[in-house]
Ligand binder design. Structure first.
Ligand SMILES: [Zn+2]
Length: 265
C-alpha cells in the first residue's frame, strides 16, 4: 500500500513532510514558531520532547524545580543521574540532543503576576502547566489579555485531558472549564499518577501546538475537552463540550473589553 508520491530522503523531517497535511512549507512554519512551556515535568515532559522532535523552532521553558526520584515513574525527560539537578537545565540538554536545529531556552523562574508579561512576551503560544490553580489562572488571564492561544494538558491517576483556548475566537477559557478551580487558591498536593496517561496527555497537548502552527486552528480542541479515563480498564476517549460561560468572571472581562458587549459564542 505504498504511496507512489512518497520520496524518501534521510533528512530530519522527511517522514512528516511527506504527509499530505504537513508538507515542506508547513514544516517551515514550525521552524519559526515560538512556544513557551510553563514547567517541564508531568505531561510537559512528553510534550516538550514531541515539540523538539517535530521541529518547533523556539522553545522556552520556565521552570524552577529540581528532578526528584518520585518524578521518574512518568517524566521520561529526566533520568536517575539527574536527581537533584534543575529540571530546566536537564530538559534543554535532552531537547538539544534530540534536535540541535532548534533553539531552546530555560529560565529559572517561577511565574508571578509581576514577571509573567516579560517572561512570555516573545512567545506566540503558551503551554500551560501550572502546578497550582493560582498559576493556571494567571496564565489563563495572560493569554486572554494578550490574545495568545493556550494549550492545557493534564493527567492524574489513569485519566487525563487536553483543552485549548483561542482568545481570537472568543473560546471558552480555563475558568469556564473549571469555575471552582478558579476560586481555589491552594495546591492540592501530590496525586497518584503513572507514565501512560502522562504520555498520552502530553502527546495530545503537543498535537494541539502542532495543529496551531501547521494552520489547523479549526481542528483544535476548543470549546471542548478531549478526555480519557480509566485507561487501565476501559480505554475510553471522549470529547466533552465546554461552551463558553457568558457570565464567566474571567474571559467576559477581556472579551467584552476587546470585542464589545454583544458576544457571540
Ligand atoms: Zn471563561
Amino acid at each position: 500500500m505504498g504511496n507512489l508520491k512518497f520520496q524518501f530522503k534521510n533528512t530530519r523531517y522527511n517522514r512528516q513532510e511527506q504527509m499530505p497535511e504537513w508538507g515542506i512549507l508547513r514544516q517551515r512554519k514550525l521552524a519559526s514558531a515560538k512556544v513557551a512551556c510553563i514547567g517541564s515535568g508531568g505531561v510537559k515532559s512528553t510534550l516538550l520532547m514531541a515539540l523538539a522532535a517535530a521541529g518547533i523552532g523556539y522553545i522556552k521553558i520556565i521552570e524552577f524545580d529540581n528532578v526528584e526520584l518520585s518524578n521518574l515513574n512518568r517524566q521520561t525527560l529526566f533520568n536517575n543521574k539527574q536527581i537533584g539537578l534543575p529540571k530546566g537545565k536537564c530538559a534543554i540538554k535532552l531537547l538539544k540532543s534530540i534536535n540541535p536545529d532548534i533553539k531552546t531556552i530555560w529560565l529559572n523562574e517561577k511565574v508571578t503576576e509581576q514577571n509573567i508579561d516579560s517572561l512570555l512576551e516573545d512567545c506566540e503560544l503558551i503551554v500551560e502547566g501550572g502546578e497550582s490553580p493560582n498559576n493556571r489562572n494567571l496564565v489563563n488571564e495572560y493569554c486572554l489579555k494578550t490574545n495568545k492561544p493556550m494549550v492545557h494538558a493534564s493527567a492524574q491517576f489513569s485519566y487525563g485531558y487536553v483543552f485549548s483556548m483561542l482568545p481570537e475566537k472568543k473560546s471558552a477559557c480555563f475558568a469556564c472549564l473549571f469555575p471552582t478551580d478558579y476560586s481555589r487558591k491552594k495546591h492540592t498536593g501530590a496525586v497518584p499518577v503513572w507514565v501512560v496517561p502522562v504520555q498520552i496527555a502530553g502527546s495530545l497537548g503537543a498535537n494541539e501546538v502542532i495543529k496551531y502552527f501547521l494552520g489547523y486552528k479549526d481542528k483544535m480542541i476548543v470549546n471542548k475537552q478531549l478526555a480519557f479515563s480509566s485507561l487501565l480498564l476501559s480505554q475510553c476517549f471522549e470529547y466533552l463540550k465546554i461552551p463558553r460561560k457568558k457570565d464567566c468572571p474571567v474571559c467576559s472581562k477581556y472579551y467584552e473589553n476587546k470585542y464589545g458587549k454583544n458576544l457571540k459564542t
